[in-house]
Ligand binder design. Structure first.
Ligand code: BGN
Length: 350
């Protein structure tokens, strides 16, 4: 065999060996390429991706919390000096941290909460110290016998709203024990009482058992009424039905007055929110909702209150009463009003 023949044989051997090898490598790469998509698919399917993002976000919590503490300030009602003109707060607060699992510890003690948020004083109100809030909100919370929920709610809401650089006040409205619970009446009263005190841009009709999970869920009003609690864990983070307006919603003073508030006739559980929705439609309004991955809420566990058997009939005939039954014809007496540090408590009777 001459040298030329030998060289050509080596080349052929190499080709015989490398050709399938190259093919195998190519196949391996393609396999890896496909597997990568498969793994990403599983991640997305299980929501782990979201968790990963949340973990990343939570890394920044500490830094932000330090910032956030430094923005707190003393009670403004006691501060009688003329406030210095401040720049408007940014559209998106720099203190937002995104998703944060609400603390639902039964051991939360109100006294500790009071100490922790000592800067939100005089009836549970707050105003950012370094800028002028874009909106002033009243949180109206109907209440009955849910002391353990109230602690968790208050503990969660103050830092949540402060991080949004909002000016706000929290009202807890309670009905005399002898009278059947009526969410509509309590929210109407909350609206009337809050409006007497200040010119709020926005009123939040807020259940005490609902905790927002993501602080990009901005507590602001819009040109149209907003339904805030779009995705609640109890309903698998899905809207239970399209016309739902319960849980947490936001309306301006004009919007509430325009529809005459809630009906006063829905005693017991259910229907008053559907009636309010009908009132909005009756007045040619629609409802705005934000993305469900931001408008997420956790519902605190409790026994289901007995539903009101009358609610179907009341709903059917609701629009016949819309002009009288509501804020316009509501009569009530205030039996107790206490300005606690972290909220204003109002108890009413008829
Ligand atoms: C609905 C209730 C609402 C409540 C939601 C969510 C009624 C009226 C009868 C059609 N409506 O069923 O009030 O907010 O469930 O729990 O019961």
């Amino acid at each position: 065999m001459n040298q030329r023949q030998e060289t050509s044989l080596t080349v052929t051997r190499k080709a015989i060996f490398w050709k399938p090898c190259r093919r195998m490598t190519a196949m391996l790469w393609s396999l890896l390429f496909v597997i990568q998509f498969f793994i990403i698919g599983i991640f997305i399917y299980q929501g782990s991706f979201k968790n990963y993002v949340y973990v990343q976000l939570s890394k920044y919590q500490k830094v932000n919390e330090e910032h956030f503490d430094s923005t707190l300030e003393n009670c403004l009602i006691r501060d009688t000096s003329e406030p210095a003109p401040k720049p408007k707060c940014p559209v998106i607060s720099p203190y937002l941290i995104g998703y944060r699992k609400p603390v639902m510890d039964d051991e939360i003690h109100l006294v500790e909460t009071l100490q922790k948020y000592r800067y939100a004083q005089c009836g549970g109100q707050f105003r950012p110290s370094n800028c002028e809030a874009r909106q002033k909100a009243a949180l109206l919370v109907p209440f009955r016998d849910r002391q353990e929920h109230l602690k968790i709610f208050i503990n969660h809401m103050h830092p949540f709203l402060m991080r949004q650089q909002l000016e706000y006040k929290i009202y807890i409205i309670d009905l005399d024990k002898e009278i059947r619970f009526n969410r509509g009446v309590l929210l109407n009263v909350g609206f009337l009482e809050a409006s007497k005190e200040a010119d709020f841009d926005c009123y939040f009709l807020h259940d005490v058992d609902l905790l927002p999970e993501h602080d990009h869920n901005l507590y602001r009003c819009s040109e149209l009424p907003r339904h805030m609690s779009v995705a609640v864990d109890k309903f698998n983070y899905r809207l239970p039905y399209l016309t739902n307006f319960g849980g947490v919603s936001a309306m301006t003073k004009d919007q509430i007055l325009f529809v005459n508030g809630f009906s006063n006739k829905f005693s017991g559980w259910g229907g008053e929110d559907d009636d309010l929705y009908n009132r909005l439609i009756f007045h040619n309004m629609t409802v705005l909702r934000s993305m469900p991955d931001v408008s997420r809420y956790i519902m605190l566990k409790h026994d289901q209150s007995p539903p009101n058997a009358e609610r179907f009939k009341l709903l059917r005939t609701g629009m016949e009463r819309v002009m009288q039954d509501g804020i316009k014809n509501l009569k009530y007496k205030i039996s107790n009003r206490t300005d606690y540090l972290l909220f204003t408590y109002i108890n009413i009777s008829f």
